[in-house]
Design a protein around this ligand. Structure first.
Ligand code: UN1
Length: 503
């Protein structure tokens, strides 16, 4: 069944000026949704509508907003299977992972529903007698949230749930290739009791979104941008926000390293590398980029890793598989581009070579043109290589060696990203030294680079983001602004710094 979906602004369907067909990447002949695309004007309208709705929403007491978040969580839970099935069908994520993704929304709601009864401010001692100082968290206003399609429902919820809880309105622009999943989630949020206009959804291409956002920033109807996507687009968004004196919340790419020490449990490391590198077909921002393995265990590790990769189940995402197809044709093109570059340069130790010709790396399992690709492991990657420095966002993992932990840390930081990282070691000293030296916002010890829990700070540094953090209580600083208040009941003008009594 093909869904017909359009943008919704202020509770009403908005006009479309173009269309996009969202396809099932496991069967590319199947259209999941025909998506009406809006233009920049509709985006800017949505921000104005949201601004009006936000004024009223901010007056709703925070504990009551928390109850709406609780209802969203319950509704998501009640619809978990159908939502996960839709995610699998639209982006090819294995069903178990899609269900996990839906679980992450519920976890996020569980965390924030109670925050409606906290959102603490402070009472602070004054320098002067008979004077009281307070701090308050105020909503920022309207958040424009632009999200990628690899986590079409969980990652948007990291923005939507806290932003709404804090009394903001949200205009959400999801990735077109995940539009049906996004629309289904939008409907659940609205059904939980959000007033019209407090959450608006706009489907638009990149250029129209950017133009619409620029207009909204100029009109003063957007106070916060949340963006998850590539470092390249993130930097453009950052530039635009900066011109309007705004600090966006940016969650960008990663070239996430995994360091394997000589004292590591190798089987565990192989399992971790397999899941980090090829789970979700390597299409998480937290996916493994390069294994940095100690030279003394390099041979043993690569042999075991190559075997594990060759045995991994890649196939129909509705079945129990490690990975399904790539998300969308544009990611498939990118994979093929990397592969073309890799072939003459490197030793591919697991992947198309020897099993399928290099210029035809696709494995079509269904006979219906699924975007299935071989996982590829490339050994002997050098620090100056494209493959070492760039995020591939696909099932390609590089391997390189090191001699000392300091060298490993230097290599791990070299690409200039700083999202996630991992070290396999049985020595806590190594783990802590790695944590101190690594530029990443997230560090795993004896665990995958991917799979952060929903109540820890999530985010990166360098090319991975501007230091903003999502998830957990840290995200409250993105969606509220601190306000201070002083209240003098002395009955006279007490001047700060000037009327402070000496001891
Ligand atoms: C992303 O790919 O943008 O930590 C987010 C993880 C997931 C989120 C990934 N919970 O791997």
């Amino acid at each position: 069944m093909t869904r017909q979906i359009v943008s919704v602004v202020g509770g009403k369907d908005a006009a479309s000026t173009g269309t996009y067909a969202s396809i099932n990447p496991a069967r590319t002949s199947e259209i999941v949704a025909q998506v009406g695309l809006a233009d920049a004007g509709t985006f800017a309208d949505a921000c104005r509508t949201a601004k009006d709705a936000q004024r009223e929403w901010a007056k709703v007491p925070a504990p009551v907003r928390g109850r709406v978040i609780a209802s969203i969580g319950r509704l998501v839970e009640a619809n978990a299977e159908s939502l996960a099935r839709l995610v699998t069908r639209e982006i090819g994520k294995p069903y178990a992972e899609a269900l996990g993704e839906v679980r992450e929304i519920v976890d996020t709601c569980d965390f924030f529903l109670g925050e409606g009864r906290r959102l603490y401010g402070q009472t602070v001692p004054s320098e002067m007698p008979d004077k009281n100082l307070f701090t308050f968290r105020n909503p920022v206003g309207v958040a424009a949230v632009i999200t990628a399609g690899n986590f079409p429902v969980a990652v948007p919820s990291w923005y939507l749930v806290p932003a709404l809880l804090c009394g903001n309105a949200v205009v959400w622009k999801p990735a077109e290739y995940a539009a049906a999943s996004a629309h289904a989630l939008y409907q659940i949020f609205v059904a939980a009791g959000l007033p019209d206009g407090v959450l608006d959804i706009v489907f638009a291409d990149g250029a129209q979104t950017f133009e619409g956002l620029e207009r909204a920033l100029t009109e003063g109807t957007v106070q916060k941008i949340g963006f998850t996507g590539s470092s390249e687009v993130g930097s453009k968004i950052g530039e635009l926000a900066g011109r309007h004196l705004q600090a966006p919340c940016l969650e960008l790419g990663g070239k996430n390293p995994m360091v394997i020490m000589p004292d590591a449990e190798l089987d565990l490391a192989v399992e971790g590398a397999l899941f980090s590198g090829f789970g979700t077909a390597g299409q998480r921002c937290t996916s493994l980029g390069t294994v940095i393995v100690h030279e003394s265990v390099h041979r043993e590790f690569t042999e075991r890793f190559a075997r594990a990769v060759q045995q991994a189940e890649i196939g129909d995402p509705e079945q129990d598989v490690l990975a399904g197809p790539l998300l969308d044709q544009k990611f498939a093109d990118r994979y093929e581009d990397y592969l073309t570059w890799i072939q003459p340069h490197h030793q591919v130790i697991s992947g198309p070579v020897g099993r399928i010709t290099a210029d035809s790396p696709r494995r079509d399992f269904t006979g219906a043109g699924g975007l299935y690709y071989h996982p590829v492991v490339v050994d002997g990657v050098k620090a100056s290589d494209r493959l070492f420095l760039e995020e591939t966002f696909g099932p390609i993992v590089g391997v390189t060696t090191f001699a000392s932990l300091d060298e490993a840390i230097e290599l791990a930081n070299l690409p200039g990203y700083g999202l996630s990282s991992s070290i396999y070691t049985t020595d806590p000293k190594h783990a802590f030294r790695f944590r101190e030296g690594i530029s990443a916002g997230m560090v795993s010890v004896n665990n995958s680079t991917s799979g952060a829990e929903a109540h820890l700070p999530f985010g990166g540094n360098g090319k991975s983001g501007n230091g903003s953090r999502q998830s957990g209580m840290w995200v409250l600083d993105q969606f509220t602004r601190w306000q201070s208040m002083n209240w003098d009941h002395s009955g006279r003008l007490q001047k700060a710094q000037m009327d402070v009594a000496d001891i």
